[in-house]
Design a protein around this ligand. Structure first.
Ligand SMILES: [Zn+2]
Length: 376
């Protein structure tokens, strides 16, 4: 595999089967080079040839041959690590899940080693269940709750776990014997939504995820946005009130002091660790609801004025929120952003549902281990 293989595979992923002539034109490769590269991909099974009868104007009896991706030729493992949750999946080359597994656990006394052990067990269980040969598994993408290093191997920090610099890729590669890439979990979800979900036509997609905290991920022109190499967009730590509560990050009056599982559960007197339909329950408390809508509107308007996304995707509890919540955001944000942005801005719920986090991990693995074309 090389970078040109990656370019061919990305075109087939995004735009479906193509003739060799069209692939040569779009990759700016010579027909000879293109034929050589596709022969290699045909040999390893990543692509196949389709014979199609072309439409009017073509010579009778000469079917056009096009090259197509074979999504089920190889697979990746995707894992989402949240605060006290592990979601795992095995997907094909178009991030379609073949199987899923979830695990919930107590985060009060959780060492990285213990969590890594749980991830390994979950993944081994999934691989065993599907019976997919190890030779057809390209590797694993892990979404972690915090920023990662530029090499995508370590979780630099996680406020919820009180972790610093955990070498997940080294540990998981040693335990599972396959390549591992680590990505900020909400950035991974944004990537999945942009490549394989509702954001395929968006120029800039901002994914907003509400669970334990409120995180965001941004993908611009198909590229994850990584200021400083880290890429975590800390929307939850925008200050929305001057004299508010102290946040877990140490600052005062952050958005997360209003919009997090803990803040909303406490305000709406919910006593469960993993509440379903959290925002539907909050709707019965107009003050809490109004504050959530108001402060999230402020944060999204600020983010939009700065980053200019044309699509905002709601994930986690926001994906399951009542229509009245999504409608309120849809109504309140546009008047607070500049007119050209206002006209372009769309709001959608995540199209990847409960599997978004694990599919995000898979999307990161596919980007790094397959569609980059980097030798493996
Ligand atoms: Zn904060």
């Amino acid at each position: 595999m090389g970078i040109h293989h990656g370019a061919i595979l990305r075109i087939l992923r995004d735009d479906g089967p193509q003739s060799r002539a069209e692939l040569a034109r779009r990759t700016a490769l010579s027909p000879t080079a293109l034929t050589h590269l596709t022969a290699q991909l045909l040999k390893d099974g990543s692509v196949t040839e389709l014979s199609q009868n072309v439409g009017a104007g073509a010579a009778v009896g000469r079917p056009a041959i096009s090259v197509a991706l074979v999504p089920e030729s190889q697979f990746v493992v995707g894992v989402h690590l949240g605060a006290g949750t592990i979601h795992a999946t095995i997907t094909d080359l178009k991030a379609a899940p073949k199987t899923m597994a979830s695990l919930h656990f107590d985060t009060d006394s959780t060492e990285p080693k213990v969590v890594i052990g749980r991830v390994v067990k979950t993944v081994q269980g999934l691989i065993g269940k599907t019976g997919i040969a190890r030779s057809r598994l390209l590797g694993l993408g892990l979404g972690v709750p915090g920023p990662v290093d530029t090499e995508r191997r370590r979780n630099l920090q996680s406020i919820n776990y009180d972790w610093k610099d955990v070498p997940f890729a080294d540990e998981l590669e040693a335990a599972l014997g396959m390549p591992v890439v680590v990505e900020h979990n909400v950035s991974a979800m944004a990537l999945a939504e942009s490549r394989y979900g509702i954001g395929r036509d968006a120029d800039a997609l901002l994914y907003i995820y509400l669970r334990t905290g409120l995180g965001a991920g941004l993908v611009v022109h198909g590229m994850p946005f990584r200021p400083g190499g880290h890429g975590a967009v800390e929307l939850g730590h925008i200050q929305v009130v001057e004299h508010g509560e102290r946040c877990t990050c140490g600052s005062i009056g952050c958005l997360e002091t209003f919009l997090s599982e803990r803040a909303l559960s406490r305000a709406a007197h919910i006593d469960k660790p993993h509440p379903k339909n959290l925002l539907a329950a909050v709707e019965h408390y107009p003050e809490v609801w109004d504050a959530a809508v108001r402060h999230l509107t402020t944060a999204i308007a600020s983010a939009t004025n700065l980053l200019n996304p044309d699509l905002i995707v709601f994930g986690g509890h926001l994906a399951e929120a009542p229509d009245s919540f999504v409608d309120a955001i849809r109504r309140n944000v546009p008047p607070r952003v500049l007119p050209p942005m206002r006209d372009a801005l769309r709001f959608e719920r995540s199209s990847l549902e409960a599997g978004a986090g694990a599919i995000g991990g898979a999307a990161a693995a596919l980007d790094h281990l397959f569609y980059s074309g980097v030798p493996r």
